[in-house]
Ligand binder design. Structure first.
Ligand SMILES: Cc1cc2nc3c(=O)[nH]c(=O)nc-3n(C[C@H](O)[C@H](O)[C@H](O)COP(=O)(O)OP(=O)(O)OC[C@H]3O[C@@H](n4cnc5c(N)ncnc54)[C@H](O)[C@@H]3O)c2cc1C
Length: 370
């Protein structure tokens, strides 16, 4: 007996996080018949836990170019989608490791189109010394960086894509890939079969497990990202979003709570689906210790909670030829080799919000050839 057919489309997108939603909207915009399936409610996986920071500087000029595309898109979000979502312009301060100062400066100078400037030690001290426990040797300053609300952005992408003719099914889980004679012909979901020649997997931290269950080789894994929400004991004025590679901390102010987000890499692989995880108190201790070395406000701050969620990671790849000692996270936004019609949009190693517009453009280019 033939299986019940739920729908047909040119492309099925699996996953309604910010990445899947951006891909969905971009494909619809380019005239592709797209259907997105989301196991739960769209935007409430890992995306719901995200700080939503959008900044351009990356150690790798290729990633800087991708992030710049994302920043530009978020600046024009209302024009691109027809939906207004505020972008909070806090600025972004990046403190490179002393061994990477010359490289960081060369990335800034090599991308004059990006809104980034190089600050010498004295200038950084003049502008940000009131926040810092110790001077920095140099820094990258992005006056127009900031953040948007990741849930609002995701739902806005979906609303815009629906309005332009795309279909979204929530509470529908993708289970199997359907192939005939090696050719992809769609997916089996909990609610029936969806016919499509192309499938984009944007399932975040669920991606490694999905690929395993389909027998598709990969090098991805799920890892915890944990960010503390700290309340300083006094007023902290004019604090930008930040990343500091000397003490491995990152974050931004959170005007909603009056607190500060403070993240520190966990290095912890997890076996968990996309979305929130229970906090690790030891990681909280490490983050506050690292934050306190850099920022005056951190040592005497108190907890307003912890944001911890799973994220899809891809292995770092060798960096640009001029700096062989560093590595970069390339993401997996590409066709799966040997699996015609199957594409991945994941592996952002904790930075997928800002990269979602670039990823959507890249998938659309791969699908439409333009
Ligand atoms: C605490 C924290 C702070 C962060 N801060 C930043 C930041 O400031 N800036 C930044 O750029 N990035 C940040 N990130 C990273 C960024 O949030 C993620 O890279 C991004 O949200 C990942 O989006 P996604 O769409 O890939 O995943 P998700 O949002 O997890 O979406 C995947 C979706 O797929 C669905 N799904 C899974 N399996 C199936 C299935 N079989 N069928 C149907 N649906 C399925 C899930 O339910 C989920 O909704 C942060 C991450 C965390 C955890």
């Amino acid at each position: 007996m033939a299986e019940p057919s739920l729908a047909a489309a040119d492309v099925v997108v699996i996953g309604g996080g910010v990445v899947g939603a951006a891909v969905f909207h971009e494909l619809v915009d380019r005239g592709v018949a797209v259907l997105l399936v989301e196991r739960g409610r769209a935007g409430l996986g890992t995306t719901a836990w995200s700080g939503g920071i959008v900044r351009c500087y990356h150690d790798d000029p290729t990633l800087t170019a991708r992030a710049l595309a994302g920043w530009r898109y978020f600046q024009e979000f209302a024009d691109r989608t027809g939906v207004e979502v505020p972008f909070f312009e806090s600025g972004f301060l990046y403190v490179p490791h002393p061994s990477r100062l010359a490289h960081a400066r060369s990335v800034v100078e090599g991308a004059p189109e990006a809104p980034m400037e190089w600050l010498e030690s004295a200038e950084a001290d003049l502008r940000f010394g009131h926040l810092l426990n110790r001077p920095v040797d140099g820094a990258v300053w992005e006056p127009r960086a900031g953040w948007s609300d990741p849930i609002d952005i995701t739902r806005a992408y979906l609303a815009a894509g629906r309005r332009k003719g795309g279909r979204v099914l929530e509470g529908v889980e993708a289970r199997e890939l359907l192939r005939t004679g090696g050719r992809l012909r769609g997916i089996r979901t909990g609610a029936g079969v969806i016919a499509a020649d192309r499938v984009v997997v944007a399932a975040g931290a669920d991606t490694p497990r999905l690929l395993d269950s389909w027998g598709v080789p990969h090098d991805l894994w799920a890892q915890a990202v944990q960010v503390e929400l700290r309340l300083p004991d006094g007023t902290v004025k004019d604090h930008p979003a930040y990343m500091d590679d000397v003490h491995d901390v990152n974050g931004r102010p959170d005007p909603e709570s009056g607190g500060m987000l403070l993240g520190h890499p966990t290095g912890q692989r997890v076996d968990a689906p996309a979305g929130g995880l229970p906090a690790d108190p030891e990681q909280t201790r490490r983050a506050v210790a690292a934050g306190s070395t850099r920022f005056r406000w951190a040592a005497r701050s108190t907890s307003l909670g912890t944001l911890r969620a799973s994220e899809c990671y891809a292995p770092d790849a060798p960096h640009a030829p001029d700096s062989p000692d560093a590595t970069t996270a390339p993401a997996r936004v590409a066709p799966v080799p040997g699996e015609t019609g199957l594409l991945l949009a994941t592996g952002f190693n904790g930075g997928g919000f800002k990269m979602a517009p670039w990823a959507a453009g890249e998938i659309a280019r791969l699908v439409t050839g333009r």
